[in-house]
Design a protein around this ligand. Structure first.
Ligand code: FE2
Length: 364
């Protein structure tokens, strides 16, 4: 077997470009239980942007907004609305990661550069992926600071508790019509990922909508990037709706893992997070479909949590509604009980509930 030319330790951070980072930071603290970590802005010498960094266990969100009308951040927000700009990957060697991927055809967005402060050195480099999304390679083995050089500690009085989110399980990208193979090949050829599973519109279609999906994973399986491409159905698919409102390809949802989905979802709902709800009939035959599960059915049903089984075990999952005005980015909360798949058995029920939402938005 070929040695892994791009070993990745995990997701380092996810950076969102948003209209108002201060308010977005409050939302992720209050609603999702992220803890304040770091800040950069006017007070730290930046003139054109503000960034808040929040963390919950192994998940780090970076929220950046522009202070000026013409900047890459404001241009991004104008075109895409609030969205994911950077999916940063934690590596041991950011120079080698850049060289290996660029040599295999990646388009560079950041040549390897060293950033130092009194806490040590970080090496960053970066490449383009689908749409205007970037992968930044972060090498932090010689760094002991809270986040990155240039950031100061952010320690407000307001600190709502965590909701039990642990790590990024997977991060899904929506690619444009006809681009699936381009990007699946990109992850395979340029980043050394392997394809786990493939669905086509026979697997994932309802009366009205269809999509294609392929799951690309790093060889150590720490990074899983499912990719969706719209497919033709009777009406507009949710992927098509995303691409229309995002004005191109982009990150669709971040799946965050918990050890107790029932408690996490109850807490998220109490804090105002809204979730999609499948028809109640889904639960009438659930246990016939998935067999015995450790949890009681009543709270699963009450919270609208979905269950699916594969040959390795089962999983519990639920999907939020979009978290900004445009019907683009949303979240998945997932608890794995052995299953390594992504909830294929729930797609049909789920898409039917998304179609109900689309119908309300007039975008079906
Ligand atoms: Fe997912």
């Amino acid at each position: 077997m070929q040695t892994d030319f791009l070993p990745i330790n995990g997701t380092d951070y996810i950076e969102f470009y948003v209209g108002n980072a201060k308010q977005a930071a409050h939302y992720y603290q209050a609603a999702f239980g992220f803890q304040p970590l770091a800040y950069a802005g006017l007070e730290t010498g930046l003139k054109d942007r503000t960034t808040y960094v929040l963390r919950q266990d192994k998940i780090t969100f970076v929220l950046t907004s522009s202070l000026v009308p013409d900047s890459p951040v404001s241009e991004h927000c104008k075109l895409h609305g609030d969205g994911i700009k950077v999916i940063a990957l934690w590596v041991d060697d950011a120079r080698k990661s850049w060289e290996e991927t660029v040599r295999r055809g990646a388009k560079s967005c950041l040549e390897p550069c060293s950033d130092k402060d009194t806490n040590g050195e970080v090496v960053l480099s970066g490449i383009h992926t689908y749409g205007e999304t970037l992968h930044i390679f972060v090498e932090r083995k010689n760094y002991t600071g809270i986040f990155l050089p240039g950031f100061v500690s952010w320690d407000p009085v307001y600190k709502p508790s965590s909701v039990g989110l642990k790590y990024v399980d997977h991060l899904v990208g929506n690619v444009n019509w006809g681009e699936m193979n381009t990007w699946a090949e990109f992850y395979h050829e340029v980043m050394g990922f392997n394809q786990l599973i493939s669905f086509d519109d026979k697997d994932i279609s309802t009366e009205f909508t269809a999509l294609m999906s392929k799951v690309m994973a790093s060889s150590n399986m720490y990074i899983k990037f499912p990719l969706n491409e719209p497919a033709h159905g009777k009406k507009k698919s949710q992927i098509e709706e995303y691409i229309e409102f995002y004005h191109g390809a982009g990150a669709q949802h971040v799946a965050m893992a918990t050890d107790n989905i029932i408690e996490t979802v109850i807490e998220l709902k109490n804090r105002g997070v809204e979730f999609l709800r499948v028809p109640d009939t889904y639960y009438d035959t659930l246990l016939d479909r998935v067999g015995k599960i450790d949890e009681f059915l009543a709270p699963i049903r009450e919270q609208g949590i979905l269950v699916d089984r594969d040959e390795d075990g089962y999983l519990l999952q639920i999907f939020s509604k979009p978290v900004q005005d445009r019907p683009t980015v949303f979240y998945e909360i997932i608890q794995r009980k052995g299953a390594k798949s992504f909830g294929k058995g729930n797609f049909k029920a789920l898409f039917e509930s998304i179609e109900l939402e689309q119908e309300r938005r007039g975008t079906l």
